[in-house]
Design a protein around this ligand. Structure first.
Ligand SMILES: [Zn+2]
Length: 344
């Protein structure tokens, strides 16, 4: 199991970045990977804090989360003989930092500026390759620093999307159990229970997730860490990624303008829970309570795109067995499912 050694969540947590890095003896040279926006929000402060702690901090501003960008960062790592990497951002800089540091064999510190998905804490990186978005196995962060002031100041849509990604754990664990029972796939009860509990706590407290509230940011951050730990225990993304994620991946390729990852997974979870015969209405209500979309229209995605994504979903990751089975849904069944769950 690969787990973060230090997780700091709270008001002004960013100020602790220097202490965390020196405390973990990560080295004297750090590279901050950021994008132009997150540089302003947190990257510059992170740089100052590291310098104050006696760490030489270099910067690298990325344009996109692509394999090409990973190579650029890798080159910077060896040119500057960097000891560790700090990824500062909502997702893209973190994915690039995670992958480049993994390839270089050095530590990675995750500094999210928004709590929009559980990849901020996991070992998986989502990157743009020649054939579109791909998920790459890298390493878990050595430390996670979540400044709730910064996260609460990010658009609420991002936090609500993070809630959707966590709520989606409820169908992911059912798919995992199914794969275990039907395909004898490795299953960890500890990882599954932790993931399920995190989703349940999120649904129970959905109404308390409010825009701009630091306490809400804190709650979602803790849930994302918990979800990330479940994946670390499992050694894969299984506890937090099932058929609802396959639907989201399919939608990424089909939709003209895909919605946010957590938004799509949340809506996917409504429909997959219906297929599992569970309480899909509870999922729908929790999404509405946190302010996340529960329909195609509110995701700004067409009904037809949702249906096509449902039909294609089972083909996205053929080795990931889910409720969609080997053959997936027919167009008619997909339309009926989306209609019955009020998604279209
Ligand atoms: Zn996810």
């Amino acid at each position: 199991m690969e787990l973060p050694r230090s997780v700091v969540i709270g008001h002004n947590a960013l100020d602790e970045a220097g202490n965390v890095c020196t405390g973990l003896k990560l080295g004297r040279r750090g590279l901050i990977v950021e994008d132009p926006t997150t540089k302003q929000i947190a990257g510059e402060t992170a740089g100052q804090v590291l310098i104050e702690a006696g760490i030489k901090a270099e910067e690298h501003v990325i344009k996109e989360a692509s394999l090409e960008e990973v190579e650029l960062v890798e080159r910077a790592l060896s040119d500057l003989s960097v000891d560790f990497v700090l990824g500062v951002g909502g997702g893209r800089p973190i994915d690039v930092a995670k992958c480049a540091s993994f390839k270089a064999g050095i530590s990675f510190v995750s500094v999210p500026t928004a709590a929009s998905h559980d990849g901020l804490v996991s070992s998986q990186a989502s990157l743009l390759g020649p054939d579109g978005k791909t998920s790459i196995a890298a390493h878990a962060p050595t430390a996670v620093i979540m400044d709730t002031g910064i996260i609460a100041g990010s658009p609420h849509r991002l936090l609500a999307s993070g809630c959707g990604d966590i709520i989606a754990n409820s169908t992911a664990v059912l798919d995992w159990e199914l794969a275990h029972n039907l395909r004898n796939e490795y299953h960890s009860s500890y990882a599954a229970s932790l993931s399920e509990m995190t989703a349940e706590m999120m649904m129970r407290n959905a109404r308390n997730v409010k825009p701009g509230l630091e306490e809400s940011a804190w709650f979602v951050c803790k849930a994302l860490v918990s979800s990330g730990v479940a994946m670390s225990i499992a050694g894969s993304s299984r506890p937090a990624s099932g058929s609802e994620h396959l639907f989201s991946h399919a939608l990424d390729g089909i939709a003209e303008r895909p919605a946010l990852h957590g938004e799509q997974c949340g809506v996917g979870a409504i429909m997959m829970m219906y297929l599992h015969g569970g309480d899909w209405e509870q999922i729908r209500q929790a999404l509405l309570d946190v302010g996340a979309p529960a329909t195609a229209a509110t995701m700004d995605i067409s009904d037809e795109e949702v249906i096509r994504a449902l039909v294609r979903a089972h083909r996205m990751k053929p080795d990931r067995y889910t409720i969609l089975g080997d053959r997936g849904l027919t167009h008619e069944a997909a339309e009926r499912l989306a209609t019955a769950t009020k998604v279209i």
